[in-house]
Design a protein around this ligand. Structure first.
Ligand SMILES: Cc1cc2nc3c(=O)[nH]c(=O)nc-3n(C[C@H](O)[C@H](O)[C@H](O)COP(=O)(O)OP(=O)(O)OC[C@H]3O[C@@H](n4cnc5c(N)ncnc54)[C@H](O)[C@@H]3O)c2cc1C
Length: 171
């Protein structure tokens, strides 16, 4: 069987794995640095304590029970297309077909080093929750929540809505 390596276990990687596994024509392997699929859309409720962080995660082994693809938990470091290999922290893997489904990691532009974004790594949702809790315990503070914009984009929408998150104690 031809080997398919899928890099990433978000919606894209897991859906690709399910569809290919159902065809029963490939040996499908998902490589991810997380052992769970993170459901970003419901993660917005973590900071306001409407859902527990653990309940936003779907363990990959649960999905694997229904769709028995291989799972490797490792961090991808390099992709070598001529050799058809992927170098991970712990091992090197070879493929016939490769699907890159890493998602979009936020760049940390200068000036936003101290902000927390719900669009970042899953654990950041917990950090936001902790900071909000501290603020509540403090009894006062300021919070501004909004969208970050690209400073090079001159459109009205972006300049109007360029906001950050501040907690008074951090200022
Ligand atoms: C707060 C929030 C709310 C959202 N709400 C909605 C919504 O309501 N509806 C909607 O359609 N979309 C929503 N989205 C967007 C949606 O969640 C994303 O489009 C989707 O998660 C992208 O899926 P993905 O598989 O491409 O990437 P991701 O979900 O980011 O997955 C990337 C995967 O790659 C892995 N990975 C990354 N780098 C490496 C590496 N070097 N080695 C190994 N593994 C690696 C990660 O561990 C992860 O498993 C929301 C996003 C956010 C942040």
């Amino acid at each position: 069987m031809k080997k398919v390596l899928i890099l990433g276990s978000g919606f894209a990687g897991i859906q690709a794995a399910i569809e290919l596994q159902k065809q029963n024509k490939f040996e499908v392997t998902v490589i991810s640095d997380r052992d769970y699929m993170y459901i970003y859309p419901i993660s917005i409720w973590v900071p306001v304590q409407m859902i527990e962080f653990e309940n936003v995660k779907v363990p990959l082994t649960d999905i694997q029970k229904k769709y028995p693809f291989n799972i490797i938990i490792d961090s991808v470091k390099e992709i070598h297309t001529f050799e058809q290999s992927v170098i991970c922290e712990k091992q090197t893997l070879y493929y016939d077909y490769l699907i890159v489904a890493f998602g979009a990691e936020k760049m940390k532009h200068k000036g936003i080093e101290n902000t927390l974004s719900i669009c970042g790594k899953p654990e950041i949702a917990v950090s936001i929750r902790n900071q909000l809790t501290e603020l509540i315990e403090q009894g006062h503070g300021k919070i501004a929540i909004g969208f970050g914009g690209n400073p090079k984009d001159k459109s009205d929408l972006v300049t109007k809505y360029r906001l950050c998150i501040f907690a008074e104690k951090k200022l």
